[in-house]
Design a protein around this ligand. Structure first.
Ligand SMILES: [Ca+2]
Ligand SMILES: [Ca+2]
Ligand SMILES: [Ca+2]
Length: 315
């Protein structure tokens, strides 16, 4: 049962310090900002974003007066008597008069990341975080919408002007895509932190299969060092080995991660599959895929390997 969104009458924005923030009986948006904040909505339908660090949302009276629910990364606290509901993100603890509730296991939720992951919602909400979080709560969760598929660091890493403007600040990446990048038609996945790591032996040693660390390294150091973003191809790697075909199918990122975690140390080749040769042998594949080598490689992994086809021009 969905409820209408009620816009707040007040916004209260904290500082980067740890602090106590008190709302009123009105409907408010309360932002803790950085620091370990203690936030009291004070009644009404409040949107509370604790921000970074360990934050506590306080509610007057005993816990039995309230109903708490968790949907994805959004927590709701409803007053049983009135039915008034507040919704909270990035809050790590709830404090009632009689008891505290640990929320540290609830995943982080960025309304802007949610919008960037669901571009059809960008024209509806723009930078209105409270309304975006409300949409997730009322619709997005049940619709199975993703809330963190957009990667702000990889978005920045793939656009030189954004590296200059923002550095490794994922939040700026979300906001830029919502405000500008979406309308400009910018590529949302222009850089892959795993491919970057897999293409440089020293980064494999330093980071393993940590794609965010790869993006941060490229933004902070790699671009200035003139490093290549990398051309490791997860499908070509999988197609090179029958055991990987069986294990991963045509899962590009799984192939890249396997090479980083195991394949390099096992002495495996990065690419021992010749997609051009594979295509050249089969007219039906040429008709289907033209010169799309990735599509041909995916075909080999999913079907060709099991049909006894090969990239071997002699056989
Ligand atoms: Ca604060
Ligand atoms: Ca309030
Ligand atoms: Ca927090």
């Amino acid at each position: 049962m969905s409820r209408p969104y009620i816009a707040p009458v007040l916004q209260i924005v904290g500082t980067a310090q740890s602090e106590a923030i008190r709302g009123t009986a009105l409907n408010e948006d309360l932002y803790g900002g950085a620091g370990d904040d203690w936030i009291l909505g004070g009644g009404g339908a409040d949107y509370i974003d604790g921000g970074p660090n360990h934050d506590t949302a306080a509610f007057a009276g005993a816990s039995s007066l309230y109903e708490v629910a968790i949907r994805g990364g959004v927590v709701t606290v409803e007053e049983r008597a009135s039915g008034t509901m507040s919704w909270l993100v990035n809050v790590e603890s709830l404090a009632f008069d009689d008891v505290s509730l640990d929320l540290s296991g609830v995943p982080a939720f960025s309304p802007q990341r949610y919008l960037a992951s669901n571009p059809d919602l960008i024209p509806l909400f723009g930078l209105d975080s409270a309304a975006a979080a409300w949409h997730y709560l009322q619709y997005g969760f049940d619709e199975g919408r993703p809330f963190h598929s957009f990667n702000g660091l990889e978005y920045i890493a793939g656009h030189a002007d954004l590296i200059d403007a923002f550095g490794a600040d994922s939040g700026q990446g979300y906001a830029h895509y919502i405000s500008f990048g979406f309308a400009e038609g910018r590529d949302t996945r222009p850089f892959n932190g795993l491919i970057y790591i897999a293409s440089h032996d020293d980064l494999i040693d330093a980071f393993g299969a940590d794609r965010e660390a790869g993006a941060i390294h490229y933004i902070n150091y790699g671009v200035a060092e003139g490093r290549a973003q990398g051309d490791f191809n997860g499908l070509d790697y999988i197609a090179s080995y029958g055991d990987l075909i069986d294990a991963f199918g045509a899962d590009y990122d799984a192939g890249v991660a396997h090479f980083i975690t195991y394949g390099r140390d096992e002495g495996r080749d990065r690419d021992d599959f010749d997609a051009a040769a594979y295509l050249s042998k089969y007219e039906d594949l040429q008709a289907a895929f033209g010169t799309d080598y990735d599509a041909a490689t995916a075909h080999f992994i999913t079907f060709g390997h099991y049909e006894g086809r090969s990239d071997d021009l002699i056989a």
